[in-house]
Design a protein around this ligand. Structure first.
Ligand code: DP6
Length: 328
């Protein structure tokens, strides 16, 4: 294969309202449960891919650093793309995030969505949506959701496959998200490790999986009706169940900082007072407050003064992954 032109793609992180936690097949990275997410416009992962026959191995930098674990995960996705394209040539991959990496802000989801989008374009591949999602999922289970804008749904199919598809466009329900950053250091236990620990040790894990489909159906129904308060109730319930599973794992996984709980209390207080807002928290200490359209200012004002909140990021819902430029 001749050297390809460098192709750059961008993708945004997504935040799960109904969470993926646990794998039914760790080798193929198949999720045990479905999930529903929103894609955030304000944060961005940008990846440039350049296939070069002179390279002896894939070269991968993330925010300027080359880490063996990241290189392995990127190479696994590239191997599938190379196989589909019928080429063997290695690639130079330059990935940058404009937000903290590995801190519970879904950087890997955005990164792998951008990688698959850029690399498939660089190889001239016209992948079916399902194949694109499958390859992104090998990189990170939540990455297929960042291929889409607005609300994205992932669901296990009866035949053992996984479906990822847009559930609602951003314009159809333009919710906004306020992120209260409480700690930007990388988390101690990655989602990948954490969900395996939970699967093997939490006494609540089986119950989490058993009840999950009903949570997903309830959330989808509230989405169809644009019923914010119904979505708030099921999303908070599902989030707290996930954290009940992490906290009861052995060793326990405590992803929250003290400020995370303080933020949760504030958000609940605002909603009790009638404000359309709810919280969600992933495998890290940042609090994400989801607000009805135009409702962020009171939430920002209430969260920004809390001790331990170091930064506030507000975001509208964003678009899916897309190619930016090809420097032929
Ligand atoms: C808590 O997608 O990062 O954010 O598939 O092992 O790469 P791997 O895990 P990852 O896990 C995300 C977990 C979560 C919930 C979610 O995004 O659904």
């Amino acid at each position: 294969m001749p050297t390809s032109a460098p192709v750059t793609a961008i993708a945004h992180p997504n935040i799960a309202l109904i969470k993926y936690w646990g794998k039914r097949d760790p080798v193929r990275n198949l999720p045990a449960v479905g999930s529903l997410s929103v894609t955030l416009a304000a944060l961005c992962a940008r990846t440039t891919v350049h296939f070069d026959p002179d390279l002896a191995a894939d070269q991968v930098t993330l925010n300027g650093r080359e880490e063996p674990a990241t290189v392995r995960r990127v190479a696994a996705c590239l191997d599938l793309l190379r196989r589909d394209a019928g080429v063997s040539c290695h690639a130079r991959v330059i990935a940058e995030n404009d937000f903290p990496t590995g801190a519970g802000l879904a950087s890997s989801a955005a990164g792998f969505a951008a990688l698959v989008t850029a690399a498939s374009a660089a190889l001239g591949l016209r992948l079916a949506e399902a194949r694109r999602a499958e390859i992104a999922r090998i990189g990170s289970g939540s990455a297929p959701r960042s291929l889409y804008g607005g609300f994205a749904l992932m669901r296990n199919l009866p035949d053992g496959g996984v479906l990822c598809e847009p559930a609602l466009a951003a314009e159809e329900w333009p919710l906004e998200v306020v992120i209260a950053v409480t700690d930007t250091g990388p988390k101690g236990v990655s989602s990948r490790e954490g969900m395996e620990i939970s699967r093997k040790t939490s006494p609540f894990y089986a119950e989490w999986v058993r009840g999950h489909e009903a949570d997903l159906d309830a959330a989808l129904s509230s989405l169809r009706r644009r019923d914010f308060f119904a979505l708030a109730e099921i999303a908070e319930h599902n989030c707290l169940k996930m954290h009940a599973v992490t906290m009861t794992s052995r060793p326990p996984l405590l992803y929250w900082a003290p400020a995370t709980l303080a933020c949760i209390r504030v958000v609940r207080g605002l909603r009790d007072a009638g404000l359309p807002v709810f919280f969600t928290v992933d495998a890290g200490p940042q609090l994400k407050a989801v607000c009805a359209p135009g409702g962020t200012s009171e939430v920002v004002a209430a969260l920004r003064t809390l001790p331990g909140v170091t930064r506030i990021i507000t975001s509208r819902l964003g678009q899916g992954a897309r190619v930016l430029a090809s420097d032929a």
